[in-house]
Design a protein around this ligand. Structure first.
Ligand code: CA
Length: 227
C-alpha cells in the first residue's frame, strides 16, 4: 500500500510516517500543500492522509483539486479540534473520512484499513471489481456473471491487478509502463497500448461488462457499467 502523507509539522510527520511504515505502508511525505498536490497528481497512491492547515494550499483545496482532476484515491483528513466545524467542509471537498487531532495510532490504522479494504484481495486470493474476479494464485480472469474464465499472460495479469488496486483512479500510460514494465520509454508506451487491447479482448472473451475505458488525452480507467 502506497500512502502519501501531507503534513507540515515536522515532528508529527516523522512520527506518523514511522508508525505507518511499521504497519507496512510505503510512505511518501510532503511538508506543504503545493508539493502535496503535485505528488498526489503524479503518483497513483492507494491512500492520501491530508492535514488541513498547510502552507501554500490547505487540505480542503487539495482534496477538491484532486477530485476535480479525476483522482479517486481515498483521502483521510487530519483536523485539529478547533477546526471541527470545518469537518463538513472537509467531507464536502471530497475527503472520505476525517480524524481529529490528537488521535491514537490504532484509530488512524483502523480508519486507513477501512478506507482501503475494498482494494484488497479477499481471503480466497481473488481481487474483484464489478463483474470480474482475478485469481491471484492461478493468474486467471473470471467473469462472475457468466462464470467463464481465461488464463492471463503475465502482463495482462499485472495490468488488471494494477487497475483493480487503483480502481477509482484514472491511470496514465506512463504509470502503467512504470508499474507493469518497470520503466518508461517510448517503446514501453507502445507496449502498453498493445497489451491493453489484449486485456480488453480477454475481458470480452469471458463476457464481462467490465472494460478498460480510454479517456482521450488523460489515461485509462477500469469501468463496469450495468452491474
Ligand atoms: Ca498543519
Amino acid at each position: 500500500m502506497k500512502l502519501l502523507l501531507v503534513e507540515d509539522e515536522k515532528r508529527m510527520a516523522q512520527a506518523l510516517s514511522e508508525l505507518l511504515r511499521q504497519e507496512r505502508y510505503e510512505v511518501d511525505t510532503c511538508g506543504d500543500g503545493l508539493s502535496g498536490l503535485a505528488a498526489a497528481k503524479e503518483h497513483p497512491y492507494d491512500l492520501i492522509v491530508l492535514d488541513v492547515m498547510l502552507p501554500g494550499m490547505n487540505g480542503f483545496d487539495i482534496a477538491k483539486a484532486l477530485r476535480q482532476g479525476g483522482c479517486r484515491t481515498p483521502i483521510l483528513m487530519l483536523t485539529a479540534k478547533s477546526e471541527l466545524e470545518d469537518t463538513v467542509r472537509g467531507l464536502d471537498s471530497g475527503a472520505d473520512d476525517y480524524l481529529t487531532k490528537p488521535f491514537m495510532a490504532e484509530e488512524l490504522f483502523a480508519r486507513l484499513r477501512a478506507l482501503c479494504r475494498r482494494n484488497l484481495p479477499s481471503d480466497d486470493g481473488t481481487l474483484s471489481f464489478g463483474d470480474i474476479a482475478l485469481d491471484t494464485h492461478t493468474a486467471s480472469l473470471l467473469c462472475t456473471a457468466t462464470d467463464r474464465s481465461v488464463r492471463l499472460s503475465e502482463k495482462e495479469y499485472r495490468i488488471l491487478q494494477y487497475f483493480i488496486a487503483n480502481q477509482r483512479q484514472i491511470l496514465t500510460r506512463e504509470q502503467l509502463a512504470v508499474k507493469v514494465w518497470g520503466f518508461d520509454s517510448d517503446a514501453e508506451y507502445n507496449n502498453v497500448e498493445v497489451y491493453l487491447s489484449f486485456t480488453r479482448k480477454k475481458l470480452a472473451f469471458v463476457g464481462a461488462k467490465t472494460t478498460i475505458k480510454a479517456l482521450r488525452g488523460i489515461g485509462y480507467e477500469l469501468r463496469c457499467e450495468d452491474v
